[in-house]
Design a protein around this ligand. Structure first.
Ligand SMILES: N[C@@H](CCC(=O)N[C@@H](CS)C(=O)NCC(=O)O)C(=O)O
Length: 205
């Protein structure tokens, strides 16, 4: 079995992947980086992720970057964990939509709201359109529950759920009842509880 190594800083966006790894249940190593010391910008780490950012995942000889791509990869690579919707399943389109919607719509809409631009671009220029529409779409997606794909918890919940949890924690997302209920459901997942506890240990070490 090829070794899994997560390049990680706690807490950060690499915590998304730590949660995913805990859901997958395969053994993994952590390579810790100090963002405050700028270790993500050192040449040896830039050889892993030229973006100089965490997370990155090494799986044998493969290196995968971008949190949502890593979660998609892990779900497909370890299908026994039941976290993907496989090719050929008619639900796969909706599953992929949420995996991409997290980093391409929810996160930029949230960050633009937290740190507004001096000049607001036209709606048509923004891939996410506008904040309120993104929020409405996410609220409608999580409302039926328990998860984005209904009864099946998937990598899409790790990606979208992490962003909602983070946005609510930092009060840059509206406390809509649909978000609160979804995040509360996610917080009962043992893998998320383990990942959070492990990250807290790292953050306070
Ligand atoms: N698009 C990337 C974003 C990763 C990212 O921004 N990571 C932050 C930590 S939350 C980072 O490494 N920041 C350090 C820096 O930019 O120097 C992903 O989704 O994986």
């Amino acid at each position: 079995m090829a070794k899994l190594t997560l390049y990680h800083a706690a807490p950060s966006r690499s915590s998304i992947v730590r949660w995913m790894l805990e859901e997958v249940g395969e053994p993994y190593d952590i390579q810790l980086l100090s963002l405050s010391k700028g270790e993500q910008l050192a040449p040896d780490y830039r050889a892993v992720n030229p973006m100089g950012k965490v997370p990155a995942l090494r799986h044998g000889d493969a290196i995968i970057t971008e949190a949502a791509a890593i979660c998609t990869y892990l779900a497909d690579e370890f299908p026994a964990a039941g976290l993907n919707v496989p090719v050929g399943d008619p639900r796969r389109g909706a599953y992929l939509k949420w995996l991409f919607f997290g980093p391409s719509c929810i996160e930029p809409a949230m960050i633009d709201r937290a740190a507004p631009r001096l000049e607001q671009p036209r709606r048509g220029m923004l891939g996410y359109g506008d904040f309120d529409t993104v929020m409405d779409v996410v609220a409608k997606g999580v409302a039926p529950g328990p998860y984005l794909m209904g009864e099946q918890f998937t990598a899409a919940d790790v990606v979208v759920g992490s962003t909602l949890r983070w946005g609510l924690m930092f009060k840059i997302l509206p406390e809509r009842p649909e978000f609160m209920a979804y995040v509360a459901r996610l917080s009962h997942r043992p893998a998320l509880q383990r990942a959070t506890a492990l990250d807290q240990e790292l953050a306070t070490a």
